[in-house]
Design a protein around this ligand. Structure first.
Ligand SMILES: [Zn+2]
Length: 134
């Protein structure tokens, strides 16, 4: 589900909370994959025959690649949450995170989304721009 649809469905506060949780679950996944990679490298020793060593080495390499992918996902998810979080305050009254989405548009390539938000407290509206959103 894209960011705009998620914001509309859940509201800002719930979306922000869940996005931060998701981001940190990706970070935990990254650490677990790195621990598994180190464990596989440690298991890979000279007493094993080459037919036993190869799967351990291949598994360790895949764990490192998985950890890298999880880290990238963590970083992108967190950046998206912070981008919306920084623009979630109403410029008119300063109320944070209490807005509804009036209109939204997205670039053809999906790289940037523009959101028009309306404050639920004072009714003022402003624009949010999201780049490289998840
Ligand atoms: Zn306001």
């Amino acid at each position: 589900m894209d960011v705009v649809a998620s914001l509309r469905a859940q509201g800002f506060r719930r979306w922000y909370e869940r996005t931060l949780i998701e981001a940190h679950l990706w970070l935990v996944t990254c650490f677990l994959a790195m621990i598994l990679a180190v464990a596989l490298f440690e298991t890979h020793n000279e007493t094993l025959i080459p037919a036993q060593r190869l799967p351990l080495l291949v598994g360790a390499v895949f764990c490192v690649l998985g950890a890298w992918a999880a880290y990238r996902r963590y970083f992108r998810t967190l950046a998206c949450a912070e981008q919306v979080g920084h623009a979630a305050a109403c410029p008119g009254c300063g109320t944070y995170g209490r807005f509804e989405i009036v209109a939204a548009s997205e670039d053809d390539d999906g790289g940037q989304a523009r959101i028009t938000a309306r404050c639920r407290k004072c009714g003022g509206s402003w624009r949010l721009s999201l780049q490289n959103h998840v």
